[in-house]
Write a new protein. Structure first.
Lengths: 79, 458
Protein backbone atom coordinates (compact mmCIF):
# COMPACT_ATOMS: atom_id res chain seq x y z
CA UNK A 1 0.00 0.00 0.00
CA UNK A 2 1.32 3.45 -0.91
CA UNK A 3 0.66 4.86 2.60
CA UNK A 4 2.92 2.19 4.11
CA UNK A 5 5.79 3.02 1.75
CA UNK A 6 5.42 6.75 2.35
CA UNK A 7 5.41 6.16 6.07
CA UNK A 8 8.55 4.03 5.91
CA UNK A 9 10.25 6.75 3.87
CA UNK A 10 9.42 9.34 6.51
CA UNK A 11 10.82 7.05 9.21
CA UNK A 12 13.99 6.53 7.21
CA UNK A 13 14.51 10.26 6.74
CA UNK A 14 13.85 10.94 10.41
CA UNK A 15 16.36 8.28 11.38
CA UNK A 16 19.01 9.54 8.99
CA UNK A 17 18.59 13.14 10.19
CA UNK A 18 18.85 12.06 13.82
CA UNK A 19 21.95 10.07 13.07
CA UNK A 20 23.57 12.91 11.17
CA UNK A 21 22.87 15.13 14.16
CA UNK A 22 24.46 12.59 16.49
CA UNK A 23 27.57 12.36 14.34
CA UNK A 24 27.87 16.13 14.20
CA UNK A 25 27.74 16.40 17.98
CA UNK A 26 30.86 14.23 18.37
CA UNK A 27 33.61 14.88 20.87
CA UNK A 28 37.07 13.76 19.95
CA UNK A 29 38.36 11.88 22.97
CA UNK A 30 41.30 9.61 22.31
CA UNK A 31 40.61 7.35 25.28
CA UNK A 32 38.92 4.16 24.23
CA UNK A 33 36.60 2.65 26.77
CA UNK A 34 35.63 -0.77 25.41
CA UNK A 35 31.90 -1.28 25.29
CA UNK A 36 30.66 1.99 26.76
CA UNK A 37 30.33 3.45 23.27
CA UNK A 38 27.73 0.82 22.32
CA UNK A 39 25.96 1.35 25.62
CA UNK A 40 25.74 5.10 25.13
CA UNK A 41 24.74 4.82 21.49
CA UNK A 42 21.78 2.73 22.54
CA UNK A 43 20.83 5.19 25.30
CA UNK A 44 20.98 8.11 22.88
CA UNK A 45 18.89 6.29 20.27
CA UNK A 46 16.46 4.92 22.88
CA UNK A 47 13.76 7.48 22.27
CA UNK A 48 13.86 7.09 18.51
CA UNK A 49 13.92 3.28 18.69
CA UNK A 50 10.94 3.04 21.03
CA UNK A 51 8.99 5.58 18.96
CA UNK A 52 9.56 3.54 15.82
CA UNK A 53 8.46 0.40 17.63
CA UNK A 54 5.27 1.96 18.96
CA UNK A 55 4.37 3.52 15.62
CA UNK A 56 5.02 0.24 13.80
CA UNK A 57 2.80 -1.60 16.26
CA UNK A 58 0.11 1.03 15.71
CA UNK A 59 0.32 0.71 11.92
CA UNK A 60 0.22 -3.08 12.10
CA UNK A 61 -2.95 -3.04 14.16
CA UNK A 62 -4.49 -0.45 11.83
CA UNK A 63 -3.62 -2.62 8.84
CA UNK A 64 -5.04 -5.69 10.54
CA UNK A 65 -8.25 -3.83 11.28
CA UNK A 66 -8.56 -2.57 7.71
CA UNK A 67 -7.84 -5.89 6.07
CA UNK A 68 -10.40 -7.69 8.21
CA UNK A 69 -12.83 -4.85 7.58
CA UNK A 70 -12.27 -5.09 3.82
CA UNK A 71 -12.70 -8.85 3.93
CA UNK A 72 -16.10 -8.39 5.56
CA UNK A 73 -17.19 -5.91 2.89
CA UNK A 74 -15.97 -8.13 0.07
CA UNK A 75 -17.70 -11.05 1.70
CA UNK A 76 -20.97 -9.15 1.65
CA UNK A 77 -20.48 -8.02 -1.99
CA UNK A 78 -19.99 -11.54 -3.34
CA UNK A 79 -23.33 -12.68 -2.06
CA UNK B 1 40.08 -40.21 36.12
CA UNK B 2 40.39 -36.44 35.97
CA UNK B 3 38.09 -34.08 34.13
CA UNK B 4 39.56 -31.79 31.53
CA UNK B 5 38.27 -28.25 31.32
CA UNK B 6 37.72 -27.01 27.77
CA UNK B 7 40.45 -24.58 26.74
CA UNK B 8 38.03 -21.96 25.48
CA UNK B 9 35.76 -22.11 28.50
CA UNK B 10 37.36 -19.71 30.94
CA UNK B 11 35.64 -16.37 30.46
CA UNK B 12 32.39 -17.00 32.27
CA UNK B 13 32.55 -17.27 36.08
CA UNK B 14 29.09 -18.81 36.07
CA UNK B 15 30.29 -22.14 34.75
CA UNK B 16 32.42 -23.97 32.24
CA UNK B 17 32.56 -26.85 29.78
CA UNK B 18 34.63 -29.92 30.54
CA UNK B 19 35.15 -33.39 29.19
CA UNK B 20 35.19 -36.57 31.23
CA UNK B 21 35.64 -40.05 29.83
CA UNK B 22 35.06 -38.90 26.24
CA UNK B 23 31.83 -37.06 27.00
CA UNK B 24 31.25 -33.34 27.17
CA UNK B 25 29.58 -31.73 30.19
CA UNK B 26 28.70 -28.22 31.30
CA UNK B 27 28.98 -27.21 34.94
CA UNK B 28 26.54 -24.61 36.24
CA UNK B 29 27.95 -22.83 39.29
CA UNK B 30 25.89 -21.61 42.24
CA UNK B 31 26.49 -18.05 41.07
CA UNK B 32 24.22 -18.84 38.10
CA UNK B 33 21.56 -20.64 40.13
CA UNK B 34 18.85 -17.96 39.93
CA UNK B 35 19.22 -17.47 36.20
CA UNK B 36 19.29 -21.20 35.48
CA UNK B 37 16.18 -21.77 37.55
CA UNK B 38 14.45 -18.89 35.76
CA UNK B 39 15.44 -20.36 32.39
CA UNK B 40 13.62 -23.54 33.31
CA UNK B 41 10.71 -22.18 35.35
CA UNK B 42 9.81 -19.40 32.91
CA UNK B 43 9.29 -22.03 30.25
CA UNK B 44 12.00 -20.48 28.07
CA UNK B 45 14.06 -23.67 27.95
CA UNK B 46 11.06 -25.66 26.78
CA UNK B 47 10.20 -23.12 24.09
CA UNK B 48 13.77 -22.96 22.85
CA UNK B 49 13.89 -26.74 22.64
CA UNK B 50 10.57 -26.88 20.81
CA UNK B 51 11.86 -24.41 18.23
CA UNK B 52 15.16 -26.31 18.04
CA UNK B 53 17.14 -23.19 18.89
CA UNK B 54 19.04 -24.48 21.90
CA UNK B 55 21.04 -27.66 22.29
CA UNK B 56 19.28 -30.36 24.24
CA UNK B 57 20.74 -31.36 27.58
CA UNK B 58 20.15 -33.72 30.48
CA UNK B 59 20.79 -32.86 34.09
CA UNK B 60 23.28 -35.30 35.56
CA UNK B 61 22.67 -36.46 39.12
CA UNK B 62 25.44 -37.83 41.31
CA UNK B 63 28.30 -36.90 39.06
CA UNK B 64 31.47 -38.77 40.02
CA UNK B 65 33.57 -35.71 40.76
CA UNK B 66 32.41 -33.42 43.55
CA UNK B 67 32.85 -29.68 43.10
CA UNK B 68 31.62 -27.41 45.88
CA UNK B 69 30.90 -24.61 43.39
CA UNK B 70 28.73 -26.80 41.18
CA UNK B 71 24.98 -26.23 41.32
CA UNK B 72 24.24 -28.56 38.45
CA UNK B 73 26.05 -30.67 35.91
CA UNK B 74 24.51 -30.79 32.45
CA UNK B 75 25.21 -33.25 29.68
CA UNK B 76 24.44 -31.59 26.35
CA UNK B 77 23.80 -33.55 23.16
CA UNK B 78 26.93 -34.56 21.33
CA UNK B 79 28.05 -32.29 18.48
CA UNK B 80 29.63 -34.49 15.81
CA UNK B 81 32.03 -31.90 14.48
CA UNK B 82 32.96 -28.64 16.16
CA UNK B 83 33.23 -25.94 13.52
CA UNK B 84 34.16 -22.28 13.76
CA UNK B 85 32.60 -19.18 12.18
CA UNK B 86 35.62 -18.63 9.92
CA UNK B 87 34.89 -22.01 8.37
CA UNK B 88 31.25 -21.29 7.65
CA UNK B 89 29.91 -20.22 4.28
CA UNK B 90 27.87 -17.03 3.94
CA UNK B 91 24.48 -18.62 4.57
CA UNK B 92 25.71 -20.68 7.51
CA UNK B 93 26.93 -17.49 9.17
CA UNK B 94 23.69 -15.73 8.26
CA UNK B 95 21.58 -18.55 9.70
CA UNK B 96 23.71 -18.54 12.86
CA UNK B 97 22.99 -14.80 13.19
CA UNK B 98 19.26 -15.33 12.73
CA UNK B 99 19.28 -18.12 15.31
CA UNK B 100 20.90 -15.75 17.82
CA UNK B 101 18.22 -13.15 17.12
CA UNK B 102 15.39 -15.69 17.42
CA UNK B 103 16.80 -16.86 20.74
CA UNK B 104 16.97 -13.28 22.03
CA UNK B 105 13.39 -12.55 20.92
CA UNK B 106 12.08 -15.67 22.61
CA UNK B 107 14.13 -14.92 25.71
CA UNK B 108 12.58 -11.45 26.05
CA UNK B 109 9.09 -12.93 25.91
CA UNK B 110 10.02 -14.96 28.99
CA UNK B 111 11.73 -12.18 30.89
CA UNK B 112 15.29 -13.12 30.02
CA UNK B 113 18.00 -11.77 27.74
CA UNK B 114 21.27 -12.97 26.23
CA UNK B 115 24.43 -11.91 28.06
CA UNK B 116 26.51 -12.30 24.92
CA UNK B 117 26.07 -12.85 21.20
CA UNK B 118 29.30 -14.52 20.19
CA UNK B 119 29.20 -16.63 17.04
CA UNK B 120 31.16 -19.24 18.98
CA UNK B 121 28.00 -19.86 21.03
CA UNK B 122 26.48 -21.43 17.92
CA UNK B 123 27.27 -24.89 16.56
CA UNK B 124 25.68 -26.90 13.80
CA UNK B 125 23.74 -29.89 15.02
CA UNK B 126 21.87 -32.13 12.59
CA UNK B 127 22.17 -29.56 9.84
CA UNK B 128 20.87 -26.59 11.83
CA UNK B 129 22.60 -23.85 13.82
CA UNK B 130 21.80 -24.08 17.54
CA UNK B 131 22.86 -22.19 20.63
CA UNK B 132 25.12 -24.35 22.75
CA UNK B 133 25.82 -21.97 25.61
CA UNK B 134 23.07 -22.62 28.11
CA UNK B 135 24.78 -20.14 30.44
CA UNK B 136 24.17 -17.23 28.08
CA UNK B 137 20.87 -16.20 29.63
CA UNK B 138 20.25 -13.70 32.38
CA UNK B 139 17.17 -12.08 33.87
CA UNK B 140 15.96 -9.15 31.83
CA UNK B 141 15.78 -5.88 33.70
CA UNK B 142 14.04 -3.15 31.77
CA UNK B 143 16.01 0.05 31.40
CA UNK B 144 19.34 -1.43 30.44
CA UNK B 145 20.62 -1.47 26.83
CA UNK B 146 21.66 -4.78 25.30
CA UNK B 147 25.10 -5.86 26.56
CA UNK B 148 25.62 -8.08 23.56
CA UNK B 149 24.87 -5.46 20.89
CA UNK B 150 28.47 -4.68 19.98
CA UNK B 151 29.41 -8.35 19.92
CA UNK B 152 26.49 -9.18 17.64
CA UNK B 153 27.55 -6.46 15.21
CA UNK B 154 31.19 -7.55 15.17
CA UNK B 155 30.51 -11.28 14.95
CA UNK B 156 27.66 -11.20 12.46
CA UNK B 157 26.80 -7.88 10.84
CA UNK B 158 30.43 -7.05 10.07
CA UNK B 159 31.50 -10.22 8.21
CA UNK B 160 28.16 -10.65 6.45
CA UNK B 161 28.02 -7.06 5.20
CA UNK B 162 31.66 -7.20 4.11
CA UNK B 163 31.00 -10.44 2.23
CA UNK B 164 27.93 -8.94 0.64
CA UNK B 165 29.23 -5.48 -0.29
CA UNK B 166 32.94 -6.01 -0.78
CA UNK B 167 34.25 -9.59 -1.16
CA UNK B 168 33.28 -12.97 0.23
CA UNK B 169 36.89 -13.64 1.16
CA UNK B 170 36.68 -11.02 3.90
CA UNK B 171 34.91 -13.59 6.08
CA UNK B 172 38.43 -14.94 6.57
CA UNK B 173 39.13 -11.93 8.78
CA UNK B 174 37.24 -13.86 11.44
CA UNK B 175 40.21 -16.23 11.65
CA UNK B 176 42.28 -13.40 13.02
CA UNK B 177 39.69 -11.36 14.86
CA UNK B 178 38.31 -13.88 17.31
CA UNK B 179 35.86 -11.42 18.85
CA UNK B 180 34.41 -10.44 15.51
CA UNK B 181 35.68 -7.90 12.98
CA UNK B 182 36.23 -4.51 14.67
CA UNK B 183 33.54 -2.01 13.74
CA UNK B 184 35.93 0.75 12.71
CA UNK B 185 37.71 -1.59 10.30
CA UNK B 186 34.39 -2.75 8.90
CA UNK B 187 33.27 0.85 8.50
CA UNK B 188 36.43 1.70 6.57
CA UNK B 189 36.13 -1.30 4.27
CA UNK B 190 32.45 -0.96 3.41
CA UNK B 191 31.65 1.19 0.35
CA UNK B 192 30.28 4.70 0.89
CA UNK B 193 26.96 3.60 -0.59
CA UNK B 194 26.32 1.75 2.69
CA UNK B 195 25.97 5.14 4.40
CA UNK B 196 22.69 5.38 2.52
CA UNK B 197 21.30 2.33 4.26
CA UNK B 198 19.90 3.54 7.58
CA UNK B 199 20.47 0.17 9.26
CA UNK B 200 24.12 -0.19 8.20
CA UNK B 201 24.65 3.49 8.94
CA UNK B 202 23.45 2.93 12.49
CA UNK B 203 24.74 -0.59 13.31
CA UNK B 204 28.15 -0.21 11.63
CA UNK B 205 29.22 3.33 10.82
CA UNK B 206 27.69 5.24 13.69
CA UNK B 207 28.32 2.31 16.02
CA UNK B 208 31.99 2.43 15.02
CA UNK B 209 32.27 6.14 15.68
CA UNK B 210 30.52 5.71 19.00
CA UNK B 211 33.36 3.51 20.26
CA UNK B 212 35.80 6.42 20.37
CA UNK B 213 33.61 9.47 20.24
CA UNK B 214 31.17 8.76 23.03
CA UNK B 215 33.54 7.49 25.69
CA UNK B 216 33.36 10.48 27.99
CA UNK B 217 29.73 11.37 27.43
CA UNK B 218 28.55 9.13 30.27
CA UNK B 219 28.61 11.90 32.85
CA UNK B 220 26.91 14.39 30.61
CA UNK B 221 23.83 12.27 30.00
CA UNK B 222 20.81 12.82 32.20
CA UNK B 223 20.61 10.22 34.95
CA UNK B 224 17.00 9.50 34.13
CA UNK B 225 17.72 8.31 30.59
CA UNK B 226 16.79 4.72 30.08
CA UNK B 227 16.53 2.07 27.41
CA UNK B 228 12.95 0.88 27.39
CA UNK B 229 11.76 -2.60 26.47
CA UNK B 230 10.23 -1.23 23.28
CA UNK B 231 13.55 0.30 22.31
CA UNK B 232 15.24 -3.06 22.83
CA UNK B 233 12.57 -4.87 20.82
CA UNK B 234 13.00 -2.38 17.99
CA UNK B 235 16.78 -2.75 18.11
CA UNK B 236 16.46 -6.53 17.83
CA UNK B 237 13.94 -6.26 15.02
CA UNK B 238 16.23 -3.87 13.17
CA UNK B 239 19.14 -6.29 13.54
CA UNK B 240 16.96 -9.11 12.24
CA UNK B 241 15.92 -7.07 9.19
CA UNK B 242 19.47 -5.99 8.51
CA UNK B 243 20.76 -9.57 8.55
CA UNK B 244 17.83 -10.90 6.51
CA UNK B 245 18.45 -8.41 3.73
CA UNK B 246 22.13 -9.25 3.34
CA UNK B 247 22.86 -11.61 0.46
CA UNK B 248 25.61 -12.64 -1.89
CA UNK B 249 25.42 -10.61 -5.06
CA UNK B 250 27.39 -12.91 -7.31
CA UNK B 251 27.22 -16.59 -6.45
CA UNK B 252 29.28 -17.94 -9.28
CA UNK B 253 32.76 -19.35 -9.37
CA UNK B 254 34.68 -21.66 -11.71
CA UNK B 255 33.80 -24.60 -9.50
CA UNK B 256 30.02 -24.33 -9.32
CA UNK B 257 29.33 -26.07 -12.64
CA UNK B 258 32.09 -28.63 -12.25
CA UNK B 259 29.88 -31.65 -12.74
CA UNK B 260 27.68 -30.31 -15.50
CA UNK B 261 30.79 -29.37 -17.42
CA UNK B 262 31.18 -31.32 -20.68
CA UNK B 263 34.68 -32.53 -19.92
CA UNK B 264 33.49 -34.71 -17.05
CA UNK B 265 32.59 -38.07 -18.56
CA UNK B 266 29.17 -39.41 -17.49
CA UNK B 267 30.10 -43.12 -17.50
CA UNK B 268 33.22 -42.47 -15.46
CA UNK B 269 31.22 -40.46 -12.96
CA UNK B 270 28.62 -43.21 -12.60
CA UNK B 271 31.33 -45.77 -11.98
CA UNK B 272 32.95 -43.56 -9.36
CA UNK B 273 29.62 -43.24 -7.56
CA UNK B 274 29.18 -47.02 -7.64
CA UNK B 275 32.63 -47.61 -6.18
CA UNK B 276 32.12 -45.11 -3.36
CA UNK B 277 28.66 -46.46 -2.56
CA UNK B 278 29.96 -50.00 -2.31
CA UNK B 279 32.80 -48.98 0.01
CA UNK B 280 30.42 -47.02 2.23
CA UNK B 281 28.04 -49.98 2.38
CA UNK B 282 30.81 -52.44 3.22
CA UNK B 283 32.97 -50.41 5.61
CA UNK B 284 30.09 -48.60 7.35
CA UNK B 285 32.22 -45.72 8.68
CA UNK B 286 30.78 -43.65 11.50
CA UNK B 287 32.25 -40.40 10.22
CA UNK B 288 33.27 -39.32 6.74
CA UNK B 289 35.28 -36.28 5.68
CA UNK B 290 34.89 -35.40 2.02
CA UNK B 291 37.92 -33.31 1.00
CA UNK B 292 37.44 -31.05 -2.00
CA UNK B 293 33.74 -31.89 -1.78
CA UNK B 294 32.66 -29.23 -4.31
CA UNK B 295 28.84 -29.10 -4.19
CA UNK B 296 28.70 -32.21 -2.01
CA UNK B 297 27.72 -34.87 -4.55
CA UNK B 298 29.66 -37.64 -2.79
CA UNK B 299 28.93 -36.31 0.70
CA UNK B 300 25.24 -36.85 0.07
CA UNK B 301 25.95 -40.49 -0.76
CA UNK B 302 27.23 -40.83 2.79
CA UNK B 303 24.40 -38.85 4.35
CA UNK B 304 21.89 -41.09 2.59
CA UNK B 305 23.43 -43.89 4.63
CA UNK B 306 23.04 -41.82 7.82
CA UNK B 307 26.76 -41.28 8.14
CA UNK B 308 27.92 -38.08 9.86
CA UNK B 309 29.72 -36.27 7.08
CA UNK B 310 31.72 -33.08 6.80
CA UNK B 311 32.07 -31.71 3.27
CA UNK B 312 35.16 -29.51 3.00
CA UNK B 313 35.96 -27.29 0.01
CA UNK B 314 38.21 -24.32 -0.66
CA UNK B 315 35.62 -22.52 -2.77
CA UNK B 316 33.12 -20.58 -0.61
CA UNK B 317 30.52 -20.59 -3.38
CA UNK B 318 30.60 -24.37 -3.68
CA UNK B 319 30.20 -24.69 0.07
CA UNK B 320 27.31 -22.23 -0.14
CA UNK B 321 25.62 -24.42 -2.78
CA UNK B 322 26.16 -27.51 -0.61
CA UNK B 323 24.63 -25.82 2.40
CA UNK B 324 21.61 -24.59 0.45
CA UNK B 325 21.13 -28.17 -0.74
CA UNK B 326 21.41 -29.43 2.86
CA UNK B 327 18.66 -26.99 3.84
CA UNK B 328 16.47 -27.91 0.89
CA UNK B 329 16.74 -31.60 1.66
CA UNK B 330 16.54 -31.04 5.42
CA UNK B 331 19.66 -33.16 5.61
CA UNK B 332 20.73 -33.97 9.16
CA UNK B 333 24.08 -35.53 8.39
CA UNK B 334 26.15 -33.24 6.19
CA UNK B 335 28.04 -30.19 7.43
CA UNK B 336 29.59 -28.20 4.56
CA UNK B 337 32.63 -26.11 5.53
CA UNK B 338 35.15 -23.85 3.81
CA UNK B 339 38.70 -25.13 4.14
CA UNK B 340 41.94 -24.64 2.23
CA UNK B 341 43.81 -27.93 2.52
CA UNK B 342 47.09 -26.21 1.82
CA UNK B 343 46.42 -23.91 4.78
CA UNK B 344 43.78 -25.49 7.02
CA UNK B 345 42.47 -23.81 10.17
CA UNK B 346 45.26 -23.57 12.72
CA UNK B 347 44.81 -23.75 16.49
CA UNK B 348 44.22 -20.24 17.75
CA UNK B 349 43.19 -18.06 20.61
CA UNK B 350 44.97 -17.69 23.92
CA UNK B 351 47.98 -19.99 24.27
CA UNK B 352 47.13 -21.34 20.80
CA UNK B 353 44.62 -23.58 22.44
CA UNK B 354 41.16 -22.00 22.48
CA UNK B 355 40.13 -23.06 18.99
CA UNK B 356 41.22 -26.44 17.66
CA UNK B 357 43.15 -26.85 14.46
CA UNK B 358 41.73 -28.91 11.60
CA UNK B 359 43.93 -31.92 12.43
CA UNK B 360 43.04 -31.84 16.11
CA UNK B 361 39.38 -32.42 15.25
CA UNK B 362 40.16 -35.68 13.51
CA UNK B 363 40.71 -38.39 12.61
CA UNK B 364 37.65 -39.31 10.61
CA UNK B 365 36.74 -42.95 10.15
CA UNK B 366 36.96 -42.43 6.41
CA UNK B 367 38.28 -39.67 4.18
CA UNK B 368 37.29 -39.16 0.54
CA UNK B 369 40.00 -37.53 -1.56
CA UNK B 370 38.34 -37.62 -4.96
CA UNK B 371 39.59 -35.55 -7.89
CA UNK B 372 41.91 -33.88 -5.42
CA UNK B 373 45.45 -35.24 -5.71
CA UNK B 374 46.39 -33.21 -8.76
CA UNK B 375 45.22 -29.98 -7.13
CA UNK B 376 47.49 -30.57 -4.19
CA UNK B 377 50.45 -32.22 -5.89
CA UNK B 378 50.59 -30.40 -9.19
CA UNK B 379 48.93 -27.06 -8.57
CA UNK B 380 50.45 -26.74 -5.10
CA UNK B 381 53.63 -28.81 -5.37
CA UNK B 382 52.76 -31.00 -2.40
CA UNK B 383 54.77 -34.20 -2.74
CA UNK B 384 53.16 -37.62 -2.28
CA UNK B 385 55.32 -38.27 0.77
CA UNK B 386 54.08 -35.39 2.86
CA UNK B 387 50.58 -35.71 1.47
CA UNK B 388 50.24 -39.33 2.54
CA UNK B 389 51.66 -38.51 5.97
CA UNK B 390 49.09 -35.73 6.39
CA UNK B 391 46.21 -37.90 5.22
CA UNK B 392 47.25 -40.67 7.61
CA UNK B 393 46.85 -38.20 10.49
CA UNK B 394 43.25 -37.44 9.63
CA UNK B 395 41.86 -40.76 8.42
CA UNK B 396 41.59 -44.41 9.34
CA UNK B 397 40.31 -45.38 5.93
CA UNK B 398 40.99 -43.47 2.72
CA UNK B 399 39.34 -43.50 -0.66
CA UNK B 400 41.65 -41.61 -2.97
CA UNK B 401 41.50 -41.07 -6.72
CA UNK B 402 44.81 -41.06 -8.53
CA UNK B 403 44.84 -38.72 -11.54
CA UNK B 404 47.68 -39.46 -13.98
CA UNK B 405 49.44 -36.85 -16.09
CA UNK B 406 47.62 -38.07 -19.18
CA UNK B 407 44.34 -36.78 -17.74
CA UNK B 408 42.79 -33.78 -19.49
CA UNK B 409 42.73 -31.65 -16.33
CA UNK B 410 46.43 -32.09 -15.60
CA UNK B 411 47.30 -31.52 -19.23
CA UNK B 412 45.52 -28.20 -18.86
CA UNK B 413 47.44 -27.34 -15.69
CA UNK B 414 50.79 -28.24 -17.25
CA UNK B 415 50.09 -26.36 -20.45
CA UNK B 416 50.62 -23.17 -18.47
CA UNK B 417 53.64 -24.09 -16.42
CA UNK B 418 56.88 -26.02 -16.49
CA UNK B 419 56.56 -29.73 -15.74
CA UNK B 420 58.88 -30.15 -12.76
CA UNK B 421 56.93 -33.11 -11.47
CA UNK B 422 59.21 -36.01 -12.34
CA UNK B 423 57.98 -38.00 -9.36
CA UNK B 424 54.32 -37.58 -10.17
CA UNK B 425 53.37 -41.03 -11.44
CA UNK B 426 51.37 -44.04 -10.27
CA UNK B 427 54.36 -46.07 -9.12
CA UNK B 428 55.62 -43.35 -6.82
CA UNK B 429 52.12 -42.65 -5.60
CA UNK B 430 51.74 -46.27 -4.49
CA UNK B 431 55.22 -46.37 -2.94
CA UNK B 432 54.75 -43.20 -0.88
CA UNK B 433 51.26 -44.01 0.25
CA UNK B 434 52.24 -47.55 1.20
CA UNK B 435 54.52 -46.05 3.84
CA UNK B 436 51.48 -44.90 5.82
CA UNK B 437 48.67 -47.00 4.40
CA UNK B 438 48.06 -50.50 3.14
CA UNK B 439 46.46 -50.53 -0.29
CA UNK B 440 43.39 -52.70 0.14
CA UNK B 441 41.98 -52.32 -3.33
CA UNK B 442 42.44 -50.43 -6.55
CA UNK B 443 39.93 -50.05 -9.36
CA UNK B 444 40.46 -48.37 -12.70
CA UNK B 445 37.55 -46.07 -13.47
CA UNK B 446 35.60 -46.92 -16.66
CA UNK B 447 36.09 -44.49 -19.56
CA UNK B 448 38.81 -42.68 -17.64
CA UNK B 449 42.55 -42.80 -17.07
CA UNK B 450 42.00 -42.38 -13.32
CA UNK B 451 42.24 -45.05 -10.62
CA UNK B 452 40.36 -45.30 -7.34
CA UNK B 453 42.27 -46.63 -4.34
CA UNK B 454 40.91 -47.92 -1.05
CA UNK B 455 43.56 -47.62 1.65
CA UNK B 456 43.75 -48.45 5.34
CA UNK B 457 45.97 -46.54 7.74
CA UNK B 458 48.80 -48.64 9.18
Amino acid sequence: MPQNILFNRILDIALVLTILYLIAVKNTYAYIDPGSGSYLLQIIAAGLLSSIFIIKKFWRSINKFFSSFLKKINGKKSR
Amino acid sequence: MVRKVDNASFRDPDGFVFSYKNSVFRQINFSYRENYDLLIKSGLYKELRKANLLINHEEVNNFKIQDSKAYKILKPDHITFISYPYEWCFSELKDAALTTIKVQKLALVHGMTLKDASSYNIQFSRGKPVLIDTLSFEKYEEGKPWNAYKQFCQHFIAPLSLASFVDIRLINLLRFYLDGIPLDLTSKLLPISTYLSPSLLFHVHLHAKAQTQLARKKKQLKIGKKFSRNALLQLIESLENTISKLSLKNKKSTWIDYYSDDSYDKKAFKHKVQIVEKVLNDAKPKTVWDLGANTGVFSFLASRRRIETVAFDNDPFSVEESYLEVKKKNDAYVLPLVLDLTNPSPSSGFANSERMSFIERGPADMVLALALVHHLSIANNITFGILSKFLSKISKWLIIEFVPKTDKKIALMLSLRKDVFNNYNRENFEIEFSKYFTIENKIKIIDSVRTMYLMKRR
